[in-house]
Structures are given as structure tokens and as C-alpha cells.
Design a protein around this ligand. Structure first.
Ligand code: SAH
Ligand code: SF4
Ligand code: F3S
Length: 469
């Protein structure tokens, strides 16, 4: 069964032609764009595509909204507060639009797929002229053309949730890249809005994924992160002829590809085959981002996560046996409806037991239209806050413990950036298992691999020294 639709080659070339026609008009005007991205890596990757279109059309990227001719917000709606923040951000652009009437203000991303949102925003903010959802990226030239002709556009229909291959992209990062392997989500965790806004799960074809990676490596990229809401269910519908573990094997021999990361993993689908792939493929990194959400099996059942505390712990145990230097990070929600003090203590004890390298922790935020938002026994905000604080304090202590293990550790680090402090330049980068280390060095080592020995651990970070460049 293949339930995936692909955007046709003729439609894609129609959009590309339109982009090139627009470029004739835009290039001489020396226009600039500014894109601000909220939310997860999916949105970061989508923004690269939009920036790719804008570049093809002849805009150049600029550093601030104040000087741009095209401003775009790529939005997230996974938690509630994002909406207020967006409204504030858009309101603030009114002044810029008054000063530069040619300014195009656009909003895209997950929040725009929420029912009624696009309409509401167009009505409330007359200075916004373009709104589009996560499945309209391939139609950007057509939309921009209409806006340049004075129209106000909202394109948020799902259009069959088709996959578009070969869109342009502009990436700011020269060493590491995100590669989508699937779109959407079918898991319907009861708290989560993502399946409603990003549509059903669709996997890209393995050949398309591999050829994207090959061309990234040709530009100097050595680290890729395979992206999906649940990468472990890649190809589970049979549409690609390959499951996730096979995909890992299939892409792992791309010459020059030093590191393969992936996220997120859903515990219900992380099977033995994937564990073996992590253990045996030399460039698959020894790090799994494995969101647990809660340490209490009853809450997990109400979250519709489809695993128990025991199952989760058994995955951790099995992977640690196979891959001794593996590190885990996680996502946790506190204050889910019906979470008793006792259930919350189960989350604390799980965090104590596992020893995550890091945890992203959230207070439950009711999302309209989801099952959990309709549940009784919602937890009062002050209780959620207290629990969040208690959890964060525990994780802070676990992070320190985890860091201490690394004193004396030697390994290869990919240099991601530097801080200049007076005379000294402090480089930072990650070991393959995601642990970050800071060490003195020179800026020329940016994007290179160096061997670093950890000499000291502090509250939040590791300090080290280079033993070979
Ligand atoms: N697909 C990924 C997660 C995407 S959302 C996965 O399943 O792992 C990122 C994180 O946001 C989730 O893991 C969850 O911890 C958090 N989250 C999602 N919906 C939430 C809500 N309604 N309230 C609070 N946190 C939420
Ligand atoms: Fe949301 Fe669950 Fe899908 Fe993750 S797996 S995006 S938490 S529904
Ligand atoms: Fe947010 Fe959309 Fe990602 S809702 S978390 S940007 S998939």
C-alpha cells in the first residue's frame, strides 16, 4: 500500500519557472528578507526551503526585521503561550509597514494550520499579506507572485498532504544538516496538536533521502540529522520498501558522511533491529532522543503513548548493554490531567533511575481539539509549576552527575562555534554521543573534527583541552 502523494514534476517546474520570472523583476530592486523560526527542527528545515525560494527569486538574507522587505514568521503551536507571543510580534510590525509600505509580512507554519487561524489573522492584521501552511511550501513562487500583484493570500489547505521533492534550500549551517525522512504524524498522543496541524504520516522514498544526503556531503556537510515526529515508524505502512533500521543501513555508507543523528524516537516503535543498527553502524551516533513524557504507566495510557514505564526502562537497559557509551535525552510533560502526586513521583523516580544527559521539560498545556483538553481533573497551574520546578531541580542534579562521568574522557568533537573572551577563544562542539565540551582553540577549527580530553566538569558543561587537531 502506498498512501503517499507526490507533487508532480510539471507542477514543480511551473513553480520554478515562476520563481525565475519573478527574479528578473526582484534582482534589480536589491530586496532583502528576514525569516524568524519558532518551534522544532521541522520548522527549521521548512524555513530553509522558504529561504531557498526567496534566494532563487532574488532576495538576499538580512540580519534584522528593521531593514527587510520581506518578513516571515514560521510558527509553532505545540504549546499555548506561542499564540500570544506571535500576536505581539505581528502587532509590532505595523510600524515597519507604515514606514515601508512595500514591506511584505508573511506568516506560515503549524499554527496556520489550526482551524480558523488564518482567517482570524488576516482580519485582525491588515498589514499581513501572506499566510500559508506547512503543506504549501512548494507553491511559494505562485503565492508571492499574487502578493506582489496586490492580493492578500491564505493558503492553508492540505492539498492531499503531498510530498514535494527537490525544492530549493538555503542553509546557514555549513557542517550539519537536517534531512526529513517523513512528514506528519499518526500517533495522536492525547495531549498533542501536531497530527491535526501537520497531517497524517508520510514517508519519503529512500532514494530521495539518500540523494539529498549525497548532495549535502558534496557541499561539505559531514553530520546529518534524520527528522521525523517518530522516525522509528519510518516506512511502517510498507510504502517505501524499507523500515527505519534498513534506511539507516542504506544511508550510512554515503562516502564522507561522518555522523548520522535522528530524532525523535518513539519508544513504542524502537525495535531490536534499530538497536542493532545503532550498535553496529560506525557513523550512527550513540545518542537517542527518546521522549518518555511520564514515568507512570497509567498516565502514559491516558496520553495514548502505547508503552509502559517498564517497557521504556527495558529499552534503556537493552541499549546500554549493546552500546555502553550511549546517552539519552528526553521530553517530559508534568501536570497532565489526572496526574496525582504519586504519579508525578513516578516521573521523578524514572528520571533518577535513567540518568538522562538532558531533559526538555514542559508543563502540560491544553490544546483545543485534542482528547486531553477535554479530560476532567485538569491540574491547577500552580501545581504544574511546582512540579516542573521539582523536576528541573532533579534533572539539574542528574546533569551534574552525568557530566562528572566524563572527566578524563577522550574523543572526537565536531567544532560548532566559539566564544571570544578577551585574549582567549573558547571553542565548543559535541562528541558523537551528543555531549558538549568547551576547550581553548582557534576559530579556524570551526566545522572541523578535533580530539578533546575532558579536564573539568561544571554545573552545565564540560571543559577540556585539545590533544590533536
Ligand atoms: N514527535 C515528538 C514530539 C514533538 S512535540 C515525539 O513524539 O517525541 C515536542 C514535545 O513537546 C513533546 O515530546 C512533548 O513533551 C511536548 N508537548 C507536546 N504537546 C504538549 C502539550 N500539549 N503540553 C505540553 N507539552 C507538550
Ligand atoms: Fe505529538 Fe505524539 Fe506525534 Fe510526537 S508522536 S508529534 S507527541 S502525537
Ligand atoms: Fe511546533 Fe509544529 Fe514542531 S507545532 S513542535 S513546529 S511540528
Amino acid at each position: 500500500m502506498n498512501n503517499t502523494n507526490f507533487v508532480s514534476e510539471s507542477e514543480l517546474s511551473r513553480q520554478r519557472d515562476m520563481a525565475l520570472t519573478l527574479a528578473k523583476e526582484i534582482v534589480p530592486r536589491k530586496l532583502t528578507f528576514f525569516v524568524e523560526t519558532f518551534g522544532c527542527q521541522m520548522n527549521v528545515r521548512d524555513s530553509e526551503t522558504i529561504k531557498g525560494w526567496l534566494s532563487l527569486i532574488g532576495y538576499t538574507q538580512c540580519e534584522s526585521k528593521e531593514h527587510a522587505d520581506f518578513v516571515l514568521f514560521n510558527t509553532c503551536c505545540v504549546r499555548e503561550h506561542a499564540e500570544k507571543r506571535l500576536m505581539g510580534n505581528i502587532g509590532a510590525l505595523k510600524e515597519l509597514k507604515d514606514a515601508n509600505p512595500g514591506l511584505i509580512i508573511a506568516i506560515c507554519g503549524c499554527m496556520m494550520q489550526q482551524e480558523g487561524m488564518a482567517k482570524k489573522l488576516l482580519k485582525r492584521f491588515p498589514h499581513v499579506s501572506l499566510i500559508f501552511g506547512t503543506n504549501a511550501l512548494h507553491r511559494f513562487p505562485e503565492m508571492l507572485n499574487a502578493v506582489l500583484n496586490g492580493e492578500r493570500i491564505a493558503m492553508t489547505d492540505r492539498a492531499g498532504d503531498a510530498i514535494a521533492e527537490g525544492l530549493p534550500k538555503l542553509r546557514d549551517n555549513q557542517r550539519s544538516a537536517f534531512v526529513n525522512i517523513m512528514y506528519g504524524c499518526d500517533n495522536y498522543c492525547s495531549y498533542c496538536i501536531v497530527p491535526y496541524v501537520r497531517g497524517h504520516e508520510r514517508s519519503r522514498m529512500p532514494e530521495d533521502i539518500r540523494s539529498e544526503i549525497v548532495s549535502l556531503v558534496e557541499t561539505g556537510i559531514t553530520e546529518i540529522t534524520l527528522l521525523g515526529q517518530n522516525v522509528n515508524s519510518y516506512g511502517n505502512d510498507g510504502s517505501t520498501g524499507m523500515r527505519f533500521a534498513e534506511l539507516l543501513r542504506y544511508v550510512s555508507d554515503v562516502p564522507g558522511l561522518k555522523r548520522i543523528r535522528f530524532m525523535s524516537s518513539h519508544p513504542k516503535d524502537l525495535n531490536e533491529d534499530v538497536m542493532q543498527a545503532i550498535a553496529t553502524l560506525p557513523n550512527v551516533c550513540h545518542h537517542v532522543h527518546l521522549p518518555v513524557q511520564s514515568g507512570n504507566s497509567e498516565i502514559l495510557r491516558r496520553m495514548n503513548r502505547k508503552y509502559t514505564r517498564e517497557h521504556y526502562l527495558s529499552i534503556i537497559e537493552n541499549l546500554r548493554k549493546l552500546v555502553p557509551d550511549i546517552e539519552f535525552t528526553t521530553d517530559i510533560i508534568v501536570g497532565f490531567p489526572g496526574e496525582t502526586e504519586e504519579a508525578f513521583r513516578d516521573t521523578l523516580s524514572l528520571v533518577e533511575e535513567v540518568g538522562f544527559a538532558a531533559a526538555f521539560t514542559f508543563a502540560y498545556s491544553p490544546r483545543q481539539g485534542t482528547v486531553a483538553a477535554r479530560m476532567e481533573d485538569q491540574i491547577p497551574e500552580p501545581v504544574k509549576k511546582q512540579r516542573l520546578q521539582a523536576l528541573n531541580e532533579l534533572q539539574a542534579r542528574k546533569t551534574v552527575e552525568n557530566n562528572e562521568k566524563y572527566i578524563g574522557h577522550v574523543g572526537e568533537v565536531l567544532v560548532e562555534g566559539y566564544d571570544e573572551r578577551g585574549e582567549e577563544t573558547l571553542l565548543y562542539g559535541k562528541y558523537q554521543n551528543f555531549k558538549m565540551v568547551y576547550f581553548p582553540g582557534c576559530r579556524e577549527l570551526l566545522n572541523r573534527y578535533v580530539t578533546v580530553k575532558v579536564t573539568k566538569s561544571s554545573k552545565n558543561s564540560l571543559l577540556g583541552e585539545m590533544i590533536d587537531a
